[in-house]
Design a protein around this ligand. Structure first.
Ligand SMILES: [Zn+2]
Ligand SMILES: [Zn+2]
Length: 177
């Protein structure tokens, strides 16, 4: 979705309100279940074009412990400032600070681009499917949430514990390759 903001950008004091329902294509890091929805408000403050919004998405991520899928709501707050024709040189705005800011060109706001950027920024770095998640066994790869594996209790007593740790590190490294 793109919104043409030329009228607002050209008239200080004007504002607009836009309902957003945006399908975001999945990336390696994140996929959305259904559209990202919310409201965007755009205001020409006289010297800046302010874009504010609160959006919500249901996203699917991978648990860092067990690698299983986890679905969670993600709130996205958008607060960006873009230059208008009236903006003085030297004032920081998103389109000036960030050369990669591709969301606005010629006062057409690329909502898809903006939403995608903000989703990635807001996504948790190390999502866990639940506090109780027991992860996977580093030796055999069994998902310990589904039940214990036969490795448990082996080689983990007394002086063998350190060796067991070493072995399990090695085998988990091999598994990941
Ligand atoms: Zn998990
Ligand atoms: Zn195991």
């Amino acid at each position: 979705m793109k919104i043409d903001l030329a009228d607002i950008a050209g008239t200080p004091g004007t504002r607009g309100r836009y309902s957003i329902s945006e399908e975001v294509a999945p990336t390696e890091d994140l996929s959305c279940l259904g559209p990202v929805v919310g409201v965007l408000e755009v205001e020409n403050s006289g010297s800046l074009l302010l874009v504010r919004g609160k959006l919500r998405a249901m996203v699917r991520l991978a648990c860092v412990r067990c690698l299983g899928p986890l679905e969670c709501p993600l709130d996205v707050t958008i607060e960006e400032e873009f230059a208008t024709g009236e903006t003085e040189v030297g004032v920081d705005t998103m389109d000036r600070d960030e050369p990669e800011a591709s969301a606005m060109a010629e006062f057409v706001l690329d909502v898809s681009d903006l939403v995608r950027q903000q989703l990635l920024l807001n996504a948790p770095m190390a999502p866990v499917c639940g506090e109780q998640c027991r992860g996977i066994c580093p030796r055999c790869g069994q998902n310990l949430n589904d039940g214990t594996c036969k490795c448990e209790g082996q080689l983990t007593e007394g002086r063998w514990a350190a060796l067991a740790d070493l072995l399990s590190q090695n085998s988990s490294e091999e598994k990941q390759e």
